[in-house]
Design a protein around this ligand. Structure first.
Ligand SMILES: Cc1ncc(COP(=O)(O)O)c(C=O)c1O
Length: 390
């Protein structure tokens, strides 16, 4: 600044010098700025046209988001990524950006509830033809993928809450054959890479394992730069941008992602084995158990067995609401993937929109419980579970 200014003016123009190029903070800073200034207007035009790097407005991009997007893409093994304000925003905005009236979308009755609700309630309203199948309906998947106009298929690698694995090889093969875009919500599996079946786009709720501490929301879509570029304009106009502070917290959470996930999976194995021998339990579903129908498949194809356990109680008359609120450590609430353990009545949380036949097909009844296992000491978790089931 060349002139002497009064205090009111100085408060609004604090002096800010860029760091020397050979001197940088070890932790990426939070760029808590909506606007970015360009000295030269012609250079700004180039930023707008995508001809050079640079920032203008945080809804379009922000350096703190870029640090996170790059890291997420590396973890998922994709070329690029875009972040959004929540996992649901990542699902819905990606679908809105990809699809137009008359396009067909295939999704599954085992899919995450709000994704199903968005397909039925919103996409249909805008003229998208939505086709709901069961992951078990292999013939249906083949048939529907071949129908002209099928643009995308939305699925999860492991379903919530009953831990079914999607027929990934079939979905991948049929989609490639018919030019259908594969949209895998990989939230449950973490940053599991699918080298055998490289899918087009991976969606994550960063609220879960990525941030890991249950204190911040975020979502991401990861894939090739070419495909993501096609979505950019709609994503910008929808405006579900991740806040830089949230992006920083998620990036910080990722520092312990692998440590947390390992501890969660170890605890889950101990608990699942113990639950399987419990007299009050009718069925335990955990991919790390030999009794899981896809145990061998999981062992071969997954990095780990995850931290979600699904169980059904023998006593169908037991008041499930009393059971799930008895925990001192297992807290009754939704969500998953954080450091603390959670317990939820599965029918109420995940299947209340399904018909009785669909619930039966999904394997969820009034006695069904979903556990999300944290990183507490497993002995304490076992003691708490013992008194919950007593
Ligand atoms: C598979 C899956 N996808 C998406 C979401 C939505 O994430 P968020 O709560 O961050 O919007 C969730 C949340 O539970 C989820 O389980």
């Amino acid at each position: 600044m060349t002139r002497e200014y009064s205090p009111e003016t100085l408060c609004n123009h604090p002096k800010f010098d860029p760091l020397p190029t050979d001197n940088h903070p070890l932790t990426p800073p939070i760029y808590q700025s909506v606007k970015f200034v360009m000295d030269d207007f012609n250079e700004l035009k180039k930023v707008f046209r995508g001809e050079r790097e640079g920032y203008f407005y945080s809804r379009a991009s922000n350096p703190t988001l870029v640090v996170l997007e790059r890291l997420l893409a590396q973890l998922q093994g994709t070329e690029a990524g875009r972040t959004m304000a929540s996992g649901v925003a990542a699902v819905t905005n990606t679908l809105l950006a990809l699809l137009q009236s008359g396009d067909r979308l295939i999704y599954f009755l085992e899919s995450y509830g709000p994704s199903r609700a968005f397909a039925e309630g919103t996409l249909k309203k805008y003229g998208v033809i939505v086709v709901k199948l069961s992951l078990d309906d292999l013939e249906g998947i083949k048939r529907e993928m071949a129908v002209p106009g099928t643009k995308a298929v939305l699925f999860e690698s492991v379903t919530n809450p009953q831990l079914k694995v999607a027929p990934l090889d079939l979905i991948h093969a049929e989609a490639k054959k018919h030019g259908v875009i594969t949209l895998l919500d990989n939230t449950f599996a973490g940053f599991q890479s699918w080298q055998k079946w490289p899918f087009d786009l991976y969606i994550h709720s960063l609220t879960k394992y990525a941030s890991g501490h249950g204190d911040v929301m975020g979502g991401a879509v990861l894939g090739s730069e070419k495909l993501l570029k096609q979505l950019d304009k709609t994503l910008l106009n929808l405006g579900a941008t991740l806040d830089p502070h949230a992006a920083y917290l998620i990036q910080r959470g990722l520092k312990t992602y692998h440590l947390r996930r390992r501890a969660q999976c170890e605890n889950s194995q101990i608990l699942a084995e113990w639950l399987e021998g419990h007299e009050a339990v009718e069925k335990v579903v955990y991919p790390g158990l030999k009794s899981h129908p896809q145990h061998a498949w999981f062992a071969e194809n997954f990095d780990d067995f995850g931290s979600i356990i699904f169980l059904r109680l023998k006593d169908k008359k037991k008041n499930i609401e009393d059971v799930v609120t008895k925990g001192e450590l297992f807290m009754m609430t939704g969500s998953l993937g954080s450091t603390e353990s959670l317990i939820t009545p599965a029918l109420f949380f995940y299947a209340s929109d399904l018909t009785p036949a669909e619930r039966e097909q999904a394997g969820i009844d009034a006695s069904s419980i979903r556990l999300s296992i944290g990183i507490e000491n497993s002995k304490d978790l076992l003691l708490d579970m013992k008194q919950i089931l007593a």
